[in-house]
Write a protein that binds this ligand. Structure first.
Ligand code: GLU
Length: 304
């Protein structure tokens, strides 16, 4: 069977060296497994994604040496696929329209003595719209904007057995999902969770290689795959490249963007080899630093 993976950046800014690290890990895995590497542009969130970043991303990835088959799947051109998935979930009776605003959820939470909270401390949705009658749902849907939420209890009942996702070493991880996740947003109609599972299935992705920051979403993806009757991929969550202070690299930090590294004369092959051989995923340069050690390493990574 042909193994296939993908690199799926969102055009919310210029690619940085952390994105390059992730892209190179996907490419390395594909080479080692004789697999195909696809590029996908995840621009479903039109409130954060900008078309001009798509071109710069492609330019940066080509500079880095990545190759992929054309045409590239661009999410915003496939809205009908996501619409069909919402339709199917509605047919299963596992999603409901939610008319709440952030404020109304917060107000409700203040009245609940033991309000449910996620591991990161953020409040979980307390189910305000879960049990509206179908008449009330229809009445409100005509008048107000709404999101689609997955009714986790109902959805889990449809899966028959406890839900797991599988990693590359054969390890099984239980898919813990503790609240009614939004899968269709008020403003952008479809959530990341929904579009990513639909795309991975349509593109025949057998192995998903992505950062550990997305690991908490994998249980939701697995649940959606089971509900929608989609194939189960294998997951590899790699460590994120961080700064020496242990912070994540951000697209807004211009010193680490690939375009600025290109401008200071870094050689893409040397940069790639350097990133893939780091003993720990730490980008050892300070922002705006002119330390001799930094200059020395940058000189070694340079074209000359
Ligand atoms: N588009 C996501 C990002 O840029 C990656 C999604 C995924 O790999 O599943 O973080």
């Amino acid at each position: 069977m042909l193994c296939r993976t993908r690199f799926a950046p969102s055009p919310t800014g210029l690619l940085h060296v952390g994105n390059a690290y992730s892209a190179l890990l996907c490419e390395q895995w594909a080479k080692q497994h004789d697999a195909e590497l696809l590029l996908r542009i995840e621009d479903i969130d039109h409130t954060r994604c900008k078309p001009q970043f798509i071109d710069s991303m492609i330019e940066d990835l080509q500079w880095l040496g990545l190759k992929w088959p054309e045409p590239v799947r661009v999410q915003s051109r496939h809205l009908d696929d996501y619409r069909a998935a919402i339709h199917r979930l509605r047919g299963l009776g596992v999603i409901y329209p939610c008319f709440c605003t952030r404020k109304s959820i917060q107000r409700e939470m203040e009245h609940i003595a033991l309000a449910p909270h996620a591991e990161d401390g953020s409040s979980l949705y307390p189910g305000i719209c879960r049990d509206l009658s179908s008449g009330e749902q229809a009445r409100r849907m005509e008048r107000y904007p709404f999101a689609w939420r997955l009714d986790i209890q109902k959805a889990l009942l449809k899966t028959n057995s406890p839900l797991h996702w599988r990693d590359d070493d054969g390890g099984m991880h239980s898919a813990d999902i503790d609240h009614d996740v939004v899968i269709g947003r008020k403003d952008i109609s479809f959530s990341y969770h929904l579009s990513v599972v639909v795309d991975d299935a349509i593109q025949g992705i057998s192995h998903i290689i992505r950062g550990q920051d997305l690991e908490p979403s994998t249980g939701i993806h697995r649940l959606l795959q089971v509900l929608l009757g989609l194939p189960e991929p294998t997951y590899i969550h790699h460590k994120l490249l961080k700064t020496t202070e242990g912070e994540r690299l951000a697209k807004r930090n211009s010193a680490t963007t690939l375009s600025s590294l290109r401008q200071i004369g870094l050689c893409p092959e040397k940069l790639g080899a350097f990133l893939l051989n780091l003993p720990e995923p730490i980008w050892p340069f300070e922002q705006e630093s002119d330390s001799t050690q930094d200059s020395e390493i940058l000189r070694l990574l340079g074209n000359s």
